[in-house]
Design a protein around this ligand. Structure first.
Ligand SMILES: [Zn+2]
Length: 168
């Protein structure tokens, strides 16, 4: 059953980000903002992160509190909410304890982990993702890639740093 609609144009931008940082041996992270209606969330904006406010080093991926504050301000300005987050892993796709605790939490949010630093088409393919959904209690539960429906719709691409945001 579809629970989230994600425009392909936004997905392509996310995968390009994960792939290009993965090439340098680091994880990256991106967010989908949108609105929810009748139990189905639609991604309307895709957010990529740039410095200052994001640290990407081998084995370390961190967003600063100020960066997260900017994301919150952006959501308020757009009247959209975070409905999805993506990040890459060096090898296997799964939710680590760190992911469970430090990723953005809100009921209904989908969390996608892309394996192999997104370095191959197979790794970027939806079937290779690990997909989790944040339950009402705030814990991430395993979901399935088929919950995400990739659509032909449009999405804005926005770059966020501690200093603010801009359209790409
Ligand atoms: Zn992770």
């Amino acid at each position: 059953m579809t629970a989230l609609c994600l425009p392909r144009v936004g997905l392509d931008a996310v995968m390009h980000d994960l792939e290009s940082f993965g090439r340098d041996g680091t994880e990256s992270i991106a967010f989908g903002l949108g609105r929810r209606q009748d139990g189905v969330a639609t991604v309307m904006s895709v957010v990529l992160a740039e410095e200052p406010g994001i640290t990407r080093r081998f084995g370390l991926l961190r967003l600063s509190e100020r960066w997260m504050l900017k994301l919150t301000e952006l959501c308020e300005s757009l009247e959209q909410a975070v409905v999805m987050q993506f990040h890459s892993h060096p090898e296997e796709a799964w939710h680590s304890d760190t992911d469970d605790h430090h990723l953005f939490h809100a009921p209904g949010i989908f969390s996608v982990v892309v394996p192999d630093f997104a370095q191959s088409a197979a790794a970027r393919d939806q079937s290779a993702w690990a997909v989790y959904r944040c339950a009402n209690g705030g814990a991430f539960e395993a979901s399935t890639p088929t919950a995400v429906d990739v659509t032909d719709g449009d999405a804005s691409l926005i770059i966020v740093s501690e200093d603010g945001w801009r359209h790409a």
